[in-house]
Design a protein around this ligand. Sequence first.
Ligand SMILES: [Fe+2]
Ligand SMILES: [Fe+2]
Length: 483
Amino acid sequence: MLDNIKVEYDTMIPNNVGLSSDKKVLKALERWHPGYINWWKDLGPVGFQESLVYLRTAISVDREGWAKFDYVKMPDYRWGILLAPEKQGRTIPCGEHFGEPAWQEVPGEYRSMLRRLIVIQGDTEPASIEQQRHLGKTAPSLYDMRNLFQVNVEEGRHLWAMVYLLQKYFGSDGREEANELLKRQSGSEDAPRMLGAFNEVTPDWLSFFMFTSFTDRDGKMQLEALAQSGFDPLSRTCRFMLTEEAHHMFVGENGVRRVIKKTCEEMVKAGISDPFEIEKIRKLGVIDLPTIQKKINLHFTLSLDLFGSEISTNAANAFTAGVKGRFWETKIKDDHQLQNDTYPILEFENNYIIKKDAPALLALNMRLRDDYIKDSSVGIKRWNRTIESFNIDFKVKLPHEGFNRSIGTFANAFIDPHGNILNSKTWDQNVNNFLPSDDDNKFIESLMVPEHEPGKYASWIAAPDQGIDNKSGDFEYVKVHDA
Ligand SMILES: [Fe+2]
Ligand SMILES: [Fe+2]
């Protein structure tokens, strides 16, 4: 049964967690707020802070009414604390407490484990905003600029979501962690963000679309696993975040599809049927398909690293504690404890890739990664359908999971995108065929010219099939100059 919870808009921080009668937490959040706004101004989107952006704001968490569209200046966006409705009688879906009532307070024995998981999740949210902060300047259209800023404000809200949990449930160490989240910085030498992929730069818009396709999808998988937490406030927080995350992946997947579409359109117009006529294709002002494949290779493998090592006792402990579940835990038909089960994993041993059975509990990262790969392949199919519709003989693919890895069993392996095992010399000779080269990156960068006329798009990307909020093709999604 779902309760319908009203969103309070009278407090400075919109919320559906009854903050107006929870003075202590409200005060803590109000104290955190100015630091957040300063962080947003210093490390959030560069420029456009005074522009009016046609943004979606969550005003309630039920299906019909949660999104309201209006022009807003980004610093005035109403970041709120929104949890999905409580499910009456919810029980812990996995581990040794399976079937017991879900926790409404943090169980003492799992306090530090939970805090750590919330901090790691929280750290990725501002990190992605920092990574994307320069992209506004080179937006290929007002539509795309608006989508970037929508993703950015929502990642900001996700930070709020995690900070609320820290402030409400973790006392003074929670407050300290909340402050630290504003101090670490993507790519910083002294205080980098916690996970590798979140310290990489997002230098151009193709990278942004790849990031939202592949790295936000890792975020989705982590949120799905945390949505299965026995700690109910975390579960409800993540369930609502997932509704926003879906939009981020839409932006990424459609962005890449529109890049592919434009390339194919221009190839057909110019009578080029060979996708490897790279110089000729680039002269058309579009990105050749082999370079798009290299970008897929890079972003997919950086994202695979986010799942951690194939074998992990931390993952096993979190599952057994009932603190983090599997993807769609409640739909899986087994005992949800996995004490005697096995799961097939890949291992790189003596220069061979071998498949073996491992204890299922220890292999939970591998399992989530497998679910992620399945989820990612849906987008690949869509992209290939676009290429096929132009009768061009090229298929994009997900690279082999042993390719270009820095974490886990494949960390020191030289494996090509097809899964062939190389030595370091053949790797070096071919790496520019696998991953974007400096030249490729320079070429992509050369295309990054802003387009601010409503309804117009840069040379390398097609218009979307549909506007946001059903707006017409020439709608002014960002009032850049009015401000
Ligand atoms: Fe997020
Ligand atoms: Fe996201």
